[in-house]
Design a protein around this ligand. Structure first.
Ligand SMILES: [Zn+2]
Length: 205
């Protein structure tokens, strides 16, 4: 087990939607009725086929896609937390997978910095977090259950952006959690020599 976790961010220019836009289903049983925080994505996800090849790609809804080649390298290291991606047009399985968080962290501590809060949902107070341009996000956690640190991919309970739950669900926009990855995951990325991502160490005490 390792205590090192990293905030994992993919840095491409985003040009296609993911999220609920093209028919991806969500379990709304624990979702906030106002902003949709707590909606749980149900695999597979539906999106448009990307016109170009890539190793790592982030959709406009912050779904992180891994090429099949990259997924294979992770599976060789027994890291397998990916779901299928389906073309919303042809319904074919596309040659990439979407990263899935294995568990959600508790709220980060007040020592975290590099973000701002604006107009959070009055019902659940989970969304309304925003990055500050050119300021690194420094996440800090206290007393995290060690069981969570045995996973490779975690997500924050804080949701970045502003969510709204609508009928039909394809009109909804979900604020999204951040992904934190284990040191093992980071080393696997590193050994694959892919470009287009950043990692930032998360402090845990
Ligand atoms: Zn809410």
């Amino acid at each position: 087990m390792t205590d090192s976790f990293y905030y994992f961010m993919v840095t491409n220019e985003k040009d296609i939607f993911g999220g609920p836009h093209y028919g991806t289903q969500y379990d709304l049983s624990a979702a906030c009725p106002v902003c949709g925080s707590g909606a749980v994505r149900q695999p597979p996800i539906y999106t448009k086929k990307l016109a170009r090849s890539f190793d790592l790609y982030m959709t406009l809804d912050y779904d992180i896609l891994f090429s099949d080649k990259l997924v294979a390298a992770f599976r060789d290291e027994e890291i397998d937390t990916f779901d299928d991606v389906i073309s919303c047009k042809t319904k074919e399985i596309l040659p990439y997978k979407v990263l899935r968080s294995q568990a959600e962290l508790p709220r980060f501590s007040e020592k975290s910095k590099g973000f701002q809060r604006e107009d959070p949902c009055s019902k659940c107070d989970q969304d309304g977090y925003f990055h500050i341009p050119h300021v690194p996000l420094q996440l800090h956690y206290r007393d995290v259950n060690p069981r969570l640190l045995e996973y490779d991919v975690l997500c924050t309970s804080e949701k970045f952006g502003r969510g709204r739950l609508r009928e039909p669900i394809s009109d909804s926009v979900f604020a999204r959690p951040l992904y934190l990855v284990s040191d093992r995951f980071r080393r696997c990325l590193d050994s694959c020599k892919v470009k287009g991502y950043q990692v930032q160490l998360v402090e845990m005490e």
